[in-house]
Design a protein around this ligand. Structure first.
Ligand code: C2E
Ligand code: MG
Ligand code: MG
Ligand code: MG
Length: 290
């Protein structure tokens, strides 16, 4: 009986596995179709300067406009795309699309002009020897200066892989900036912070929304370390005025989050950029709050 039960479990497991693989294959198939048929869109979230209230850069975030299913968030398909080279196709698409969009915003003038854009690059793409060429050709196709582009990578990748590290150096020598995304959730030590080939450090939302005074001290330390290593700091996931003031008090340069603006389609970006500055002005500085 025990043997039967055991075998039964294995079969159930097999079925689950088969179902999971089939579901993954379906998402992959759907994504390939989406890439070929313009079902993917980029939304843009402004990053607000905590000294001036001005927005100088935005992050591009992919969404899938799936017919009949509305807007599918990246969490539902990026992990699947990362299982194959599909993620590199998506990365190339995001680079080309965001830079083309930037050029259109420049041409339109007004508050949406002259921004920098940050594009998320998956670890698999960073490990691919094609990345540098993908970035170069996207910049050339849009006629964009390299210093308008930032690549966001998660810290884990950099620590693991020497080739990826060298690739980041090469990209930076072209004039492209590199940001460590979700800092604090991976394995970068303070020591490595001094050496990683990056320009920007993005503090993960989990640190920003903590009320624990020790976490606030940790953020203060990270901001201080980043500063002395010449890195700019972005706080992610800022939802409240109190967080803005706390971040100003620890010397954080910039912030991104629903408090200032949700990610918006490109046509709404000029309005969102102005909205961030208005929100900043209504927040007041931390000195007036103290
Ligand atoms: P991320 O790069 O860390 O992006 C920040 C995420 O936080 C975005 O989620 C954004 O909408 C969300 N967010 C921004 N402000 C707030 C806030 O105040 N509160 C809360 N709760 N969330 C906030 P989103 O757009 O769902 O993207 C999730 C992740 O998917 C991204 O995390 C990134 O890792 C990945 N991703 C998005 N677009 C791309 C892409 O084009 N390529 C790749 N490889 N990954 C992407
Ligand atoms: Mg990001
Ligand atoms: Mg992030
Ligand atoms: Mg994050």
């Amino acid at each position: 009986r025990a043997k039967n039960a055991g075998r039964g479990r294995v079969e159930v497991y097999d079925d689950d596995l088969r179902a999971a693989l089939a579901a993954q294959a379906a998402v992959e198939e759907g994504l390939r179709h989406a890439l070929a048929h313009d079902e993917l869109v980029l939304h843009y979230q402004p990053v607000t300067d905590l000294d001036t209230g001005r927005v100088r850069s935005v992050e591009a975030l992919v969404r899938w406009e799936k017919p009949g299913q509305g807007l599918v968030p990246p969490g539902a398909f990026i992990p699947v795309a990362e299982g194959s080279d599909l993620i590199c196709d998506l990365g190339r698409w995001a680079l080309r699309t965001s830079l083309a969009q930037l050029a259109r915003l420049d041409a339109a003038g007004g508050p949406g002009a002259g921004l920098r854009v940050a594009v998320n690059i998956s670890g698999r793409h960073l490990r691919s020897p094609r990345l540098v060429q993908d970035v170069r050709s996207a910049l050339e196709a849009a006629g964009t200066a390299p210093d308008r582009l930032t690549l966001e990578v998660t810290e884990t990748v950099m620590v693991e892989d020497d080739a990826a590290w060298a690739r980041l150096e090469e990209l930076r020598s072209l004039g492209v900036a590199v940001a460590i995304d979700d800092f604090g959730t991976g394995y970068t030590s303070f020591g490595q912070l001094a050496r990683v080939p990056v320009d920007v450090l993005k503090i993960d939302r989990s640190f920003v929304d903590s009320e624990d005074p020790r976490t606030v001290e940790l953020v203060r330390l990270v901001v201080g370390a980043a500063r002395s290593f010449g890195l700019k700091v972005v706080a992610e996931g800022v939802e409240q005025a109190s967080q803005v003031r706390a971040l100003q008090a620890v010397g954080c340069d910039t912030a991104q989050g629903y408090y200032f603006s949700r990610p918006v389609p490109a046509d709404r970006l000029p309005g969102a950029v102005e909205g961030c500055t208005r929100t900043f002005e209504a927040t007041g500085s931390f000195e007036t709050a103290l």
